[in-house]
Design a protein around this ligand. Structure first.
Ligand code: PLP
Length: 453
């Protein structure tokens, strides 16, 4: 044990000294060291190097959709790596997994999204979508169509263009560098009325910007079908359809960011399917490999693809890992398992259990309100007085405390936008979760809320 303890201490010291962590408070990290050093996983459980197991109630970063320790995914990676780990996709080189996965993605995606551009993650996918949209308009002889409209509380990633579209102040304050010409439709879609310009159609907030800036200057609107990191917001019925119609009306491309929603998270293969809309560009990442390899991409509508392929010069965009052979082999196997195990059906069934669980928490605890569940993507809020929607004093950090209590009881959850004074807790477990496991999670949350009183 003492040898193990020595190794553990060494890892903690090296972590503090050499590993600058993403989206972490550096000062606290250097003082306190890593919270857990994960070493193994199995299903919804992850184990830390000291041997303690935790329920992963958020699929790590909303991405480990098939759960941890999935041996078939590991085998698919091993097989491909042993044959050919990586090959270039630049200048017309190709590889079998990338070709097969492209065909599969096209067959799964709605409407005429008929071609794929690969990236290595969500931010790169959104940057790519913006660049493709602008390039498309250039090819159409409308180079002045460059602006992007995103929504309040959106999260689209952290590369500079994606980060500009992200509407979480901390990310903008961090670097101060944004691209120009990105607008956020406000107020939020949950109260989408524009004061004196009150509009019964929810998309009014976007229309307002389009009319103010001029449709001739706008390349695209981007939104998450269900907002994730911004607070788990399910759009009001009719909203996505209205945005889609507005984009058609003004000749603006509609980009759906499916980085969280894609691959079954919301109980359909892609989030947009709930509202029957087909975007012009659809970005994906995370769930395409359940996080087992870094992969993302943009699905492209036929008419846009046709315009792009007319271009008789180099399409000067691409990442070293666009079409990564091993990542694509993992993606193919991941989709095969999703289909074979009828995971989307499991998500639909478990959605009901999660709804019941959150209803139970609302009935029992007067501080719990506004629970939102779609598939296995859920959030709930804490209020000092929920009837009058009186928030907790920001110094109380109610959601952070509940999440800490859950952690002490071996359940990992996440408080969203706590530094802006919100008290929203996200739940998004692996899509393989069963009824008993959901009940265990709810019991732990129940005990944790009680412990905070
Ligand atoms: N888009 C959405 C909706 C996301 O939730 C995220 C990450 O959480 C991203 C984009 C960025 O993805 P990545 O972190 O892989 O760059």
């Amino acid at each position: 044990f003492s040898l193990k303890q020595t190794i553990y201490q060494e890892l903690v010291e090296w972590d503090k000294k050499y590993f600058l962590h993403p989206t972490t408070v550096p000062k606290t990290h250097v003082e306190q060291g890593p919270k857990l050093i994960f070493s193994e996983g199995n299903g919804i459980y992850v184990t830390d190097i000291r041997g303690e197991s935790y329920i992963d109630g958020i699929s790590m970063l909303w991405n480990v959709n098939l759960g941890h320790g999935q041996k078939e995914l590991a085998e698919a990676a091993k097989e491909q790596m042993s044959k050919l780990a990586f090959s270039s996709s630049f200048v017309s080189y190709s590889n079998e997994p990338a070709i097969r996965l492209a065909e599969k993605l096209v067959s799964l995606s709605p409407g005429d999204l008929n071609a794929v551009f690969y990236t290595s993650g969500g931010s790169e996918s959104n940057d790519t979508a913006f660049k493709l949209a602008r390039f498309y308009w250039q090819l159409k002889g409308k180079p002045e169509k460059t602006k992007i409209i995103a929504l309040e509380r959106s999260y689209h990633g952290v590369t500079i263009a994606a980060q500009t579209a992200t509407n979480v102040p901390a990310f903008h304050e961090f670097s101060g560098s944004q691209i120009s010409g990105v607008f956020h439709a406000k107020p939020h879609l949950t109260h989408c009325e524009l004061g004196e310009r009150s509009d019964p159609n929810y998309e009014g907030c976007i229309r307002y910007i389009v009319e103010k800036e001029g449709a001739d200057t706008i390349a695209a609107v981007i939104l998450e079908p269900v907002q994730g990191s911004g607070g788990v917001y399910i759009p009001p019925e009719g909203y996505l359809q209205a945005v889609c119609k507005l984009c058609d009306e003004y000749n603006i491309l509609f980009i759906a960011d499916e980085v969280i929603c894609g691959f079954g998270r919301t109980g359909t293969m892609f989030g947009v399917e709930h509202w029957g809309v087909v975007p012009d560009l659809m970005t994906f990442a995370k769930g395409v490999t359940s996080g087992y390899a870094q992969l993302g991409g943009v699905l492209i509508k036929q008419s846009i693809r046709d315009t792009l392929v007319e271009y008789d010069d180099v399409l000067a965009h691409g990442f070293t890992y666009s079409g990564h052979s091993t990542a694509c082999a993992v993606g193919l196997k991941n989709i095969e398992i999703l289909e074979r195990e009828q995971i989307v059906q499991n998500v639909k069934n478990m959605e009901q259990e999660l709804k019941k669980g959150l209803k139970y928490l609302e009935d029992k605890h007067t501080i719990v309100a506004k629970s939102r569940v779609i598939g296995l993507l859920a959030g709930f809020e804490l209020f000092a007085d929920r009837d009058s929607e009186t928030p907790f004093d920001p110094t109380v950090k109610a959601a952070v405390k509940v999440v800490e209590e859950c952690f002490n009881r071996k359940l990992i959850l996440r408080a969203l936008r706590a530094n802006e004074g919100h008290n929203i807790i996200a739940i998004s477990p692996p899509l393989t979760i069963n009824k008993d496991e959901i009940e265990t999670m709810i019991q732990i949350i129940d005990d944790s809320i009680a412990a905070c009183k």
